[in-house]
Design a protein. Structure first.
Length: 398
């Protein structure tokens, strides 16, 4: 990996920093969750404190037809200034005269935010000319936007070629990579992956790739029922992808060949409707009654999964065990979160992989009891699918 940002000094450097300030805004354009902004603060402050200036590049939302005030990054400028305790300037176009002028005059210790990159379709198209115009604004490139690391966009990947020997990961992105590598490249064994959520089709590439590294794979959530169906079980009206039955059998077969243990939930909480106040019963997962559906893992499954987790040294978790948004079906996810926390307390490394699993860990109050919660979403999933992320590759290339 390139030299960590924390070990670099930025005297007289104008650092073009790609961040993920794609924060949620309410109707009054107030930020309703600033965690993505706060995550970038340590990197920005390190650059400012060591004599550099920072030019912030980001996207916000999905503007379709060029500039649109609804998606303007001017809405976040004051808040960034409050977080950093320095004035923050704003250029109302990410390239062109105003940006060139303001970047040129930027003094060390100062911050400039460029307008939303995605007002130009060239950004997501990975246009090299657009990337070169952005590159001309700075002398050093930092990428701290892990959430878009799986995209070969102008500002996340293409731009890096203009900064040979003068580019680095931001601290957030470096932490994401180091923690993901602890699972995929140098895991302490046994390594147990917990994969859940709604669909087999969304998680299939991850499970296939995990077969190459994991010792145990726990499969829960809606996707488990396609596995039970494939093995001849009765799953009532549980979630099922009929076109994936063969895939499930292939995974079970490959796991056997590679001596990876796959754990499916022995029992389930079945419900007579997809409703918080439905009637429920704890039954074997392959004996779900007609017109009933499995909406959570059952008590025996929780105990078995807990045992596996407590014997693990590395844990990766992606996807809930049931419909944890409804209290009647939250127990499996909550108790698996508890088991991950207990395993962590006993010395295991645990990585919570973004999205719904992160939401669940926060919801049930275990966020301080796991090793690392990724901010990564799609980028993390692609990493675990074994793909090379363009945002990482671009920094690692000379
Ligand atoms: P994913 O985005 O694929 O990780 O799926 C997360 C969603 O799967 C959550 O909203 C859960 O409510 C849902 N889910 C988990 N288990 C089940 C299940 N047994 N039946 C239906 N939906 C489920």
């Amino acid at each position: 990996m390139s030299t960590p940002l924390i070990d670099l000094q930025f005297e007289n450097e104008k650092v073009l920093m790609r961040v993920d300030f794609n924060v949620p805004l309410n109707a009054a354009f107030e930020i309703t969750d600033d965690s993505r902004m706060r995550a970038a603060v340590p990197s920005i402050q390190h650059i400012l404190n060591t004599g550099g200036s920072v030019i912030i590049m980001s996207h916000l939302g999905r503007p379709k037809n060029g500039p649109n005030d609804e998606f303007s990054l001017r809405h976040i400028v004051q808040h960034l200034s409050d977080l950093l305790h320095v004035p923050v300037d704003f250029a109302s176009d990410c390239i062109g005269e105003e940006a060139i002028g303001k970047a040129g005059e930027l003094k060390s210790g100062s911050v400039l935010v460029l307008e939303n990159l995605r007002f130009y379709p060239e950004e997501t198209a990975g246009d090299i000319e657009f990337a070169s115009k952005l590159a001309a604004l700075g002398t050093f490139y930092v990428n701290d936007a892990f959430g878009t690391a799986h995209r070969a966009h102008a500002s996340t990947s293409v731009i890096a070629q203009f900064f040979p020997g003068k580019k680095s990961f931001g601290m957030l992105m470096a932490a994401e990579i180091i923690n993901a590598e602890k699972v995929m490249k140098s895991p302490q064994r046994p390594l147990t992956a917990i994969v859940g959520g709604a669909k087999v089709s969304d998680k299939i590439l991850i499970v296939e790739n995990l077969l190459n590294v994991a010792d145990n794979i726990i499969i829960g959530g809606g996707m488990a029922y396609t596995f039970f169906k494939a093995q001849g079980g009765h799953i009532g009206s549980s979630l099922c992808e009929m076109d994936r039955l063969e895939t499930c059998l292939e995974i079970m077969q490959k796991a056997k060949e590679k001596e990876v243990k796959i754990y499916l939930p022995a029992d389930s909480i079945m419900a007579d409707a997809f409703k918080a106040d439905a009637n429920t019963q704890n039954v074997p997962s392959n004996e779900i009654a007609e017109n009933w559906m499995g909406l959570d893992i059952g008590n025996a499954a929780v105990l078995e999964f807990r045992e596996v987790l407590l014997n693990s040294k590395t844990i990766l978790w992606n996807g809930p065990m049931g419909v944890f948004e409804m209290p009647a079906f939250e127990n499996g996810t909550k108790l698996v979160a508890q088991a991950v926390a207990d395993a962590t307390a006993a010395g295991a490394f645990s990585l919570i992989g973004g999205g719904d699993s992160a939401a669940a860990v926060y919801k049930f109050g275990f966020d301080q009891q796991v090793t690392y919660i990724s901010t990564g979403g799609g980028a993390l999933l692609e990493y675990f699918e074994g793909k090379v992320l363009p945002g990482i590759a671009a920094i690692n290339q000379a």
